[in-house]
Design a protein around this ligand. Structure first.
Ligand SMILES: C[S@@+](CC[C@H](N)C(=O)[O-])C[C@H]1O[C@@H](n2cnc3c(N)ncnc32)[C@H](O)[C@@H]1O
Length: 217
C-alpha cells in the first residue's frame, strides 16, 4: 500500500522549500565570494560583460534621461564622462551640456559609444586611463563617473586626477549601484571624496543606486 496522498504532497513541499533555501544560500555565498574577490583587486569590467550594462532591468533604476537630469549640468558646461562603457548615458548627458568628452580605457567600449553618438556634434571620444587623464588641467567644468570609480585600484588618486582637469568650482558626479559586484556603500565614496579635497553638495537615490555630487573645495 502507498502513502496517503496528503502526506506525499507535504513531503514534496518540504523538499521544495529545502531546495529553495539551499539555492538561496548558494547564491548568497557566491555573491559574497564574487564581491570580496572583486573588491580585493578592482579592475575594469570585462568587455564580455557589456550586456550587463545594457539590461532593461538596469534602466528601470538608472534611466539615462533621469540620471542626466539629476547630474545638474549647465548648458554651458564642458563635461568629461569617465568610463562611458557602451555609452548608455552618453547621449543623454551630451544633451544637457555644451560639450561632452566620453573617455574609456577599453577601446571596444568606445567603439560602441561612437556608434551610439554618431551625428551628435558636441561629443568627443577619448581613449585613456582615469588615473592619468590625457586632458589639460583646468579645462572641464564637470566630471561624471557612473559605476567606474570602484573599478580602479586607487579611487582617491582617481578623484584627485579628476580635480586636476576641473576648473575652480568644478563638480564631480559619482554614481554607484548595488547590482555591480564592486559596489561600495555611499559613505565610502564620501570618505574617498573628502580625502581628494571635495565637498558633497548633493545626494540622490538610495543604497541600491545612488548619485553624489561633489564640488572642488
Ligand atoms: C561598469 S562599467 C560602467 C559603464 C557606464 N558608465 C555605465 O554605467 O553603463 C565601467 C567602465 O569604466 C571603464 N574603466 C574602468 N577602469 C577605467 C580606467 N582606469 N580608466 C578609464 N575607464 C575605466 C571600463 O572599461 C568600463 O567601460
Amino acid at each position: 500500500m502507498g502513502q496517503p496522498v496528503p502526506a506525499r504532497r507535504a513531503s514534496r513541499r518540504t523538499g521544495g522549500v529545502a531546495l529553495a533555501l539551499v539555492g538561496l544560500a548558494a547564491f548568497t555565498i557566491a555573491q559574497l565570494g564574487l564581491r570580496l574577490w572583486v573588491r580585493s583587486k578592482p579592475r575594469p569590467i570585462p568587455y564580455g560583460w557589456a550586456w550587463l550594462l545594457e539590461n532593461p532591468w538596469r534602466r528601470r533604476y538608472r534611466d539615462p534621461v533621469r540620471l542626466a537630469g539629476a547630474c545638474g549640468l549647465r548648458s554651458s558646461d564642458h563635461v568629461l564622462e569617465v568610463g562611458c562603457g557602451s555609452g548608455l548615458f552618453t547621449p543623454a548627458l551630451a544633451g544637457r551640456c555644451a560639450h561632452l568628452t566620453a573617455l574609456d580605457i577599453e577601446a571596444r567600449y568606445l567603439a560602441q559609444t561612437a556608434a551610439r553618438t554618431a551625428g551628435l556634434p558636441n561629443v568627443t571620444l577619448l581613449h585613456g586611463d582615469l588615473l592619468a587623464l590625457p586632458i589639460l588641467a583646468a579645462s572641464m567644468d564637470a566630471a561624471v563617473l557612473i559605476s567606474v570609480l570602484t573599478e580602479v585600484p586607487a579611487p582617491v588618486e582617481a578623484l584627485r586626477e579628476c580635480v586636476r582637469v576641473l576648473r575652480p568650482g568644478g563638480r564631480i558626479m559619482v554614481g554607484e549601484e548595488f547590482f555591480g559586484p564592486e559596489y561600495v556603500l555611499p559613505r565610502t565614496v564620501d570618505n574617498w571624496a573628502g580625502a581628494a579635497g571635495l565637498r558633497c553638495i548633493g545626494k540622490q537615490g538610495n543604497g541600491w543606486a545612488y548619485l553624489h555630487i561633489y564640488e572642488v573645495i
